[in-house]
Design a protein around this ligand. Structure first.
Ligand SMILES: [Zn+2]
Ligand SMILES: [Zn+2]
Length: 638
């Protein structure tokens, strides 16, 4: 019998009988890999495990641990779900069923429409098909054959998709009696889908076009084990509980209105948090030698042409006219910052020049992607532009890395760092890129921090470092960024006088730390589940009298705390004490100060913490000192 030789990702070779599949390769490596494998990458192409290998192939076995392997698993689960729907609703028409982050969906057209109550029956049918362990079989058909099949099924969606394909071979995937038009790949069989859950139903227009039929989208998720599924569902439930849109309403922080889609309205309590964030920000920037500027929101088209936004960013911008001149609402603060720089001559002695701007920008986002504070059309960047000589870049970047680290530590946020280098399409000389990229990487190395290298993922105008914050549910959010820019200094003809007395171009860094402040607030709401540490809490303490006869004392305690600079309420309503404690607890107020006879006589308060419960009685002055120390240290409330 003849053999073939294939190469594994680590460079090692493997001899196999000719005609062997990727699955046979997995078998030759070990039984655990056979169980975990979902698909294979052969010479860079994703394929089914059953695909026969050829001599000289480069083969990588993919498992659920890789994103692509996971997608194959989830996408196969979408076929499984579609086949279950067809068994129960034979006239249903199928549109598309991709894998998505954390799961999959399938868009279907079924009459009468499904309700959430139909999902358990579909799950039960799916479980049967898993038990039947039907192999996913790939079949090649001609375009005519495919059209005939789906016309007979009267499935106009698949027919439309096939009509758009080039002539030639089209692939089907079948399991049992079910046939779907699909490029693949899929798992070897339905029996691999050990754990799944259908999560929700939503409406979705065919091809996202509001003039076309509204379909039903069934969302689900699938995992190779019950344990992984349960963990995922628990995190999902916790994320739903912490959803900042829900908590924002419950805690009266902000709202959205139909007259301003994507434009948040901040309520008094939301402003308290935002202002506390900005006070902290200003304090830290002052310490680090930043100067704050503010530039206008509306500026003439001429400026946006000069900056390049007019040519490259127009579809995300808003426009208006003033005195018959075209104006644009700023989507970024940079051009304004450059104009401020140019108002006077600069010398190398001024450098590094750190100019910060808390600037509100507007960017058009499609209405479908708007999401609470995470995706908005108006937001405020905690921006800064730093002008320096090229040999100052590294120290400056080290300073910013330390700055970001200090700020995120204050909130107890972990983060990952990514360094993105020169993309294929870019401006600037090789030398500029080399200097800048090595300044960024040596800054990271000097700090001894781990980072991921994203080769070719930088902006066209320069390399960058991104910080991805990880919240307590292990979700990742891109927040801080440090970007070097070779384009802006040229476009705005920026100069400085060097030590040699000649004129030079400064290096420019754009950086944010919170990113968008509104979005950062959304992250904090979810990270703290609404229970802000005392320095950020909209109300830091509520005084609760045990009976109406102690209302006067409660109000005097409130006054004392208020005069000491705290945000404090006294609940002298007619409700019971229990009710008042519950209300304060729901509002996530850090401290409840219960007062009755004993406290009134001794000038004390009985302190109750929202999470730790009863902390015992304290003299009011002692409590004030404790709270002040906590707030001034911006301590986490642990
Ligand atoms: Zn498929
Ligand atoms: Zn900028």
């Amino acid at each position: 019998m003849s053999t073939i030789s294939v190469t594994l990702p680590d460079g090692s070779g493997k001899e196999l009988d000719s005609g062997s599949s990727a699955l046979a390769l997995a078998e030759s490596i070990g039984p655990r890999l056979v169980k975990a494998a979902t698909s294979a990458r052969v010479n860079g192409r994703l394929v089914d495990l059953t695909t026969p290998l050829r001599d000289g192939d480069q083969v990588e076995i993919l498992t659920f641990d890789s994103e692509e392997g996971q997608d194959v698993f989830r996408h196969s689960a979408s076929h499984l779900m579609a086949s279950a729907v067809l068994r129960l609703h034979p006239d249903a028409k199928l549109a598309i069923g991709p894998a998505i982050e954390d799961g999959f969906y399938y868009d279907i057209d079924v009459a009468p429409p499904l309700t959430e109550d139909d999902l358990p029956a579909i799950e039960a049918e799916m479980a049967k098909i898993v038990k039947e362990d039907l192999p996913f079989v790939r079949r090649e058909v001609s375009k005519d054959e495919a059209l005939a099949h789906f016309r007979e099924r009267d499935d106009q969606y698949k027919v439309e998709l096939i009509e758009e394909l080039d002539d030639g071979v089209i692939t089907y995937y079948e399991h049992g009696e079910f046939t779907d038009l699909c490029r693949g790949p899929h798992l070897p069989s339905t029996g691999r889908i050990k754990a799944f859950k259908l999560l929700s139903l939503a409406g979705a227009y065919w091809r996202g076009d509001e003039h076309r039929p509204m379909l039903q989208r069934i969302y689900g998720t699938a995992f190779p084990s019950r344990k992984l599924l349960d963990e995922h569902l628990a995190l999902r439930a916790e994320a739903e509980k912490r959803d900042h849109r829900k908590l924002g309403k419950q805690l009266d922080l902000f709202s959205f209105h139909s007259v301003g889609p994507g434009f948040p309205f901040f309520h008094p309590k939301g402003m308290v948090v935002l202002n506390a964030l900005m006070d902290y920000w200003r304090e830290e920037h002052r310490k680090r030698g930043y100067h704050e500027v503010r530039t206008p929101i509306l500026l003439d088209r001429v400026l946006w042409e000069q900056s390049g936004h007019w040519d490259h960013y127009k579809e995300n911008m808003y426009f208006t006219q003033i005195d018959e001149r075209d104006f644009a609402v700023k989507p970024m603060n940079c051009p304004g910052g450059m104009l401020v720089y140019k108002t006077r001559l600069h010398s190398y002695r001024d450098f590094p020049l750190r100019m910060a701007e808390v600037g509100t920008v507007h960017r058009h986002e499609k209405s479908g992607v708007l999401h609470g504070l995470s995706r908005v059309r108006m937001f405020t960047q905690d921006d800064a532009h730093i002008f320096m000589t090229p040999d100052q870049i590294q120290d400056e970047v080290i300073g910013i890395i330390e700055f970001v680290d200090a700020v995120y530590a204050t909130f107890g946020l972990d983060y990952d760092i990514e360094l993105s280098t020169r993309p294929e399409k870019s401006i600037g000389t090789d030398e500029m890129w080399e200097t800048a990229t090595s300044a960024l990487s040596s800054a990271l190395e000097a700090k001894g921090v781990d980072y991921k290298l994203n080769e070719g993922d930088g902006a066209f105008y320069g390399p960058k470092i991104d910080f991805h914050v990880r919240d307590c549910l292990k979700r990742s959010w891109q927040c801080a960024t440090i970007q070097l820019d070779f384009a802006m200094p040229d476009k705005f003809d920026l100069e400085y006088t060097g030590a040699d007395g000649e004129r030079h171009r400064p290096a420019v860094i754009h950086r944010v730390i919170y990113g968008a402040i509104e979005r950062f607030l959304g992250i904090l709401i979810e990270h703290f589940a609404g229970a802000f540490p005392p320095w950020l809490a909209p109300v830091q303490a509520v005084v609760i009298p045990v009976a109406a006869s102690f209302n006067d004392y409660a109000e005097s305690v409130q006054r004392r705390l208020f005069d000491a600079g705290f945000r404090v309420e006294a609940d002298t309503s007619a409700e019971s004490m229990k009710y008042k404690i519950r209300a304060a607890q729901t509002q996530q107020v850090p401290y409840m100060l219960v007062v009755g006879e004993r406290e009134c006589e001794s000038g004390a308060v009985a302190v109750r913490h929202r999470r730790h419960g009863d902390l015992g009685a304290l003299e009011l002055d002692v409590f004030i000192d404790k709270l002040r120390a906590q707030v001034e240290a911006r301590a986490l409330d642990e």
